[in-house]
Design a protein around this ligand. Structure first.
Ligand SMILES: Cc1cc2nc3c(=O)[nH]c(=O)nc-3n(C[C@H](O)[C@H](O)[C@H](O)COP(=O)(O)OP(=O)(O)OC[C@H]3O[C@@H](n4cnc5c(N)ncnc54)[C@H](O)[C@@H]3O)c2cc1C
Length: 379
């Protein structure tokens, strides 16, 4: 029988709104308004900016104070991330570590791992990659073939990871590997290892150019790469549970619908106070969609705040949000003012070239739609 997905209305608390003003002032001080800026969380690697954010206490905001975290709410974190993305701030370096590696370490890591990694992440100095996809395993993650074999003091890893964002720049990669042969339960026998990307022994990292010519993701090849026991994350064999627990964090945030946002800003700037009717209609349509997406995404932040695990709700935010951020450059292209300036043109080109990837990274739309259908009791 079909069941409803419920998104309780959530109003951001006054403390979060006060923080918004602080973030805007910080952005105005640190970013040049006349430079090309991109709201895509996956472009803009700037360690100095990440360290400056860390110094303000805006990385690891919800984590416990004993590791240097801010002990703040998911709503406060929400406001900081949405303001940074809306402004096109360069958040790529610390993004994955802050969004999901830190929360996974908090939940499953050993005390020694938490004490070592979390303060470094919080200071904006230590960056993580996600090592899930492989040449023959993307959507069907349980079929990963990269393997780790137990040896004295650790594990020896062999295999290939693919599309690993930032692996050529980041310090560590939380890597999903098979530690036991596939049995009847495909989800058993998987584990997560924290691989040191700066230790080149047994590891080859090859950047891959994307359509826009950027080199952001990589092929990572393991050939007898040794990972010490201290770098096993959680329990060997528990990798599937750990990986799926990351998805609520990975899929529900404002980064799943704001990737093209700077283009909307530049359109509004370019058309000025007297838009043509078609331009006004396009801006109105996009603003309406954006308002709704934001409401359901903030509602999911409320679920995270109440310690729930909103995997299906997060899938819905991502699916609808990716549709929006992919459609936005197409809508804008059709109403672009003929005499628009260079910054508008460059933002349009940049967004058009990056948009196809929005609905692939973090899970494709077919997979998300399948999860939503299951969540609604339709499959
Ligand atoms: C910009 C970018 C950054 C990325 N960064 C990372 C990263 O940092 N770490 C990482 O691990 N991965 C990363 N990825 C990989 C991404 O997660 C995968 O591309 C994605 O999960 C799809 O896997 P695949 O490419 O193997 O495609 P496949 O799984 O082979 O899918 C191919 C097509 O078949 C469809 N399909 C597959 N199975 C089904 C099904 N059961 N029912 C219906 N349709 C189906 C898919 O929807 C898709 O359209 C990144 C990808 C991109 C584009």
């Amino acid at each position: 029988m079909a069941q409803a997905l419920v998104f309780d209305p959530v109003r951001l608390p006054p403390a979060a709104e006060a923080l918004r003003r602080e973030v805007r002032a910080f952005v105005a001080e640190h970013l040049d308004p006349d430079l090309l800026r991109n709201s895509d969380f996956g472009s803009g690697h700037d360690p100095a900016f990440s360290r400056a954010l860390g110094a303000r206490g805006w990385i690891g905001m919800t984590w416990p104070g004993k590791y240097g975290g801010g002990d703040r709410s998911f709503f406060e974190r929400y406001v900081v991330t949405e303001e940074l993305l809306a402004a096109g701030a360069p958040v790529e370096a610390h993004w994955i570590a802050d969004r999901q590696s830190g929360p996974v370490l908090l939940r499953y890591g050993t005390e020694a791992q938490r004490e070592f990694f979390l303060p470094r992440i919080i200071r904006g100095e230590c960056y993580f990659s996600i090592g899930m996809s492989e040449p023959d395993s993307g959507s069907d993650l349980a079929s990963v073939r990269t393997s780790a074999t137990k040896v004295d003091g650790g594990w020896v890893v062999n295999g290939t990871k693919l599309w690993t964002s930032g692996a050529h720049r980041n310090h560590y990669m939380i890597t999903l590997v098979r530690t036991e042969p596939v049995g009847e339960n495909r989800h058993a026998g998987l584990s997560q290892l924290i691989v040191d990307l700066k230790n080149p022994e047994g590891l080859t990292i090859r950047p891959i150019a994307n359509m826009a010519g950027d080199r952001d993701f990589n092929e990572v090849v393991f050939e007898d790469c040794f990972v010490p026991d201290e770098h096993v994350l959680g329990q060997p064999g528990n990798g599937w549970e750990q990986v799926t627990s990351e998805l609520g964090y990975e899929r529900s945030g404002p980064e799943r619908f704001l990737s093209s946002f700077r283009l909307l800003v530049e359109l509004i700037r370019a058309v000025g106070p007297d838009p043509e009717p078609a331009q006004a209609a396009a801006i109105g349509k996009l603003a309406g969609q954006l308002t709704t997406l934001r409401k359901i995404s903030i509602s999911v932040a409320g679920m995270l705040q109440s310690n729930r695990n909103p995997i299906v709700e997060a899938a819905l935010v991502k699916e609808l949000g990716n549709n929006f951020e992919k459609e936005l450059p197409e809508v804008v292209r059709l109403v672009a003012p003929a005499a628009a300036g260079r910054l508008f043109q460059r933002t349009l080109e940049d967004t058009l070239l990056h948009a196809p990837s929005f609905s692939l990274r973090g899970g494709t739309r077919e997979i998300l739609r399948g999860m939503i259908a299951r969540g609604l009791g339709l499959r």
